[in-house]
Design a binder for this molecule. Structure first.
Ligand code: TYD
Ligand code: MG
Length: 513
């Protein structure tokens, strides 16, 4: 059926036949997006007329009947296992027929590899599949498939960018699972915008969704992300699709993390860990063992007992604290929220006596893993304190977890028993944790107590250490960290001898750093 196009304001919904830089409806700039409209079908129009006639006849809209939820038939969702356990878990148990999954990630992260592997497995176990590649030629996709498991070569491929041709092929071949790689490369010929523009991406996704739901095809739409990490252009797609998966990691490192940002058929807390190898992506099932074995145990290194969704994961958090030459010292994080680091540094300074005001602070979650939970606060605090004082944690390897409150208290976080079990399984003793975490934990109530438990008493006594010192002059820490006595900083001016400067809770505003 012939389609026409209109320009629609994404803010106020104003429609116009022509494009305007400024919306005549709401006066916002650059909000008009081209959309195609299908003329209403004759029968639908007829139905509309008869409803209107009925409404007109009795003067009110006909009432619909609502039903109690218990009477709604809940058909068990059938799922197709992708053959990749980590992906199945993130999806909530496998691919759901008729669902639309958006898989985002930066170029080179492994989206095509993962989707090739999924279709290879499904094809091998007897499902009909289709791989639509708008980005690479069929030969390029074959070259990749040769590196993967043998089933990948059995997947039918269509290298095409025209949306209508792709939809016709899906309708004719009726695959049970289909991958569109990528949604930004397909284009609807009736829209004038280039493939990848907001209007095009929205149209492509909407029409694929119509077909997917009608035919019960499980579709994975591959999408690129912009430099700042958002799914390029089509944030609108996130509302349309059933599930949004984000593939993260650093290209230079082998680890890749798959997270669900939205999932209508499962939890959004789950994350899967993969490693890119010669033969494709391999699930990392023993991640905790690897990260604990690789932990350096040097000053600034702490093992965090984190939760990745429903699964505990032990990761190493590393910190480096170095005198800064800059007016505004650097705060560099990798694998953590930058604002969280700022908060932890402020709490450390105010309630832990570890001031970093004049120092560059670098914090990294080793292995390219991202930790997105409040339980990481204590690990960041201990890593920074240990790096700042130049001493490793007492009794390493030992783990920790807990959220820091603004008043310096350590707050309870979810699943302490699973975190402690995982830590015990990998040989970590005396895990520092908030109160009520479990009998095997070294429970503490405040940051100050955690510092006393984690760092050797007298660490830094009298010995000059590089520290948070503006201007780079040496700083020595004296006094006991912890609740007993406030740590003290001995500032040694090169020519004027040492000057004792108390720091910590009691010192208040006298802290010079
Ligand atoms: P690819 O899946 O093409 O990434 P995307 O579709 O997200 O852009 O794969 C990216 C990288 O993975 C590429 O640099 C090559 C590497 N790779 C391997 O190391 N091993 C393999 O078996 C495959 C298929 C790819
Ligand atoms: Mg690709």
């Amino acid at each position: 059926m012939a389609r026409t196009t209109v320009q629609v304001c994404s803010q106020c919904g104003f429609q116009s036949a022509q494009w305007h830089g400024q919306c005549p409806g709401c006066e916002a700039w650059n909000t008009l997006v081209e959309e195609s409209v299908r003329p209403a079908r004759a029968d639908a129009r007829a139905g509309g007329k008869s409803r209107r006639a009925a409404r007109a006849a009795n003067g009110s809209p006909p009432a619909l009947r609502s039903v109690p939820l218990r009477e709604v038939g809940a058909a068990a969702v059938k799922r197709m296992s992708t053959g990749i356990g980590e992906l199945d878990r993130v999806l909530g148990g496998g691919l759901v027929p008729g669902s639309l999954v958006l898989l985002g990630g930066s170029p080179g992260i492994g989206k095509s590899t993962l989707t090739n592997m999924v279709l290879g497995h499904l094809q091998q176990v007897g499902h009909r599949t289709l791989y639509v590649s708008g980005e690479e030629s069929a030969e390029q996709v074959r070259l990749r498939a040769e590196r993967l498991a043998p089933g990948a070569l059995g997947v039918p491929i269509l290298a095409e960018t025209d949306l209508d041709a792709v939809l016709d092929t899906i309708a004719a071949e009726a695959p049970e699972a289909c991958v569109i790689d990528s949604v930004q490369t397909l284009g609807a010929s009736e829209l004038s915008g280039a493939p990848g523009s907001v209007g095009q991406v929205r149209e492509v996704a909407a029409r694929i969704m119509q077909l997917a739901k009608a035919q019960g095809v499980a579709v994975i739409l591959v999408g690129h992300v912009t430099k700042d990490g958002a799914l390029a252009g089509p944030r609108v797609l996130e509302h349309l699709v059933d599930c949004v998966l984000q593939f993260e990691g650093e290209r230079e490192r082998p680890y890749r993390e798959l997270r669900a940002l939205k999932n209508r058929f499962g939890s959004t807390n789950e994350a899967g860990l993969f490693e890119m190898r010669q033969g494709g992506l391999v699930e990392v099932l023993d991640a905790s063992a690897r990260f604990v074995a690789e932990a350096t145990r040097a000053p600034g290194s702490v093992v965090l007992a984190a939760m990745e969704g429903s699964r505990p994961l032990l990761v190493e958090v590393q910190a480096l604290v170095a005198p800064s030459e800059l007016e505004q010292p650097r705060r560099v994080v990798s694998g953590l929220d930058r604002n969280r680091l700022a908060l932890v540094l402020a709490i450390l300074g105010r309630h832990g006596g570890v001031r970093t005001g004049g120092a560059d602070v670098f914090v990294n979650v080793v292995g390219g893993v991202r930790v997105d939970e409040p339980g990481c606060d204590l690990a960041v605090a201990l890593a920074v304190a240990s790096a700042s004082r130049g001493v490793p944690l007492k009794g390493t390897p030992r783990g920790c977890f807990g959220e820091l409150g603004l008043t310096g208290e350590l707050r309870w976080v979810g699943h302490p028993e699973r975190r402690l079990q995982e830590a015990a399984k990998h040989g970590l003793q005396g895990v520092i944790a908030p109160a009520d975490s479990g009998a095997s934990a070294c429970e503490v109530a405040t940051l100050r107590q955690a510092l006393a438990a984690a760092l050797p008493s007298g660490s830094g006594n009298g010995r000059a250490r590089p520290n948070a010192e503006r201007g780079g002059s040496p700083v020595a820490l004296v006094g006991e960290p912890g609740p007993v006595a406030a740590p003290r900083v001995l500032r040694t001016a090169p020519d004027a001898g040492a000057q004792l400067v108390p720091v910590g809770e009691e010192s208040g505003d006298r802290e010079p750093l």
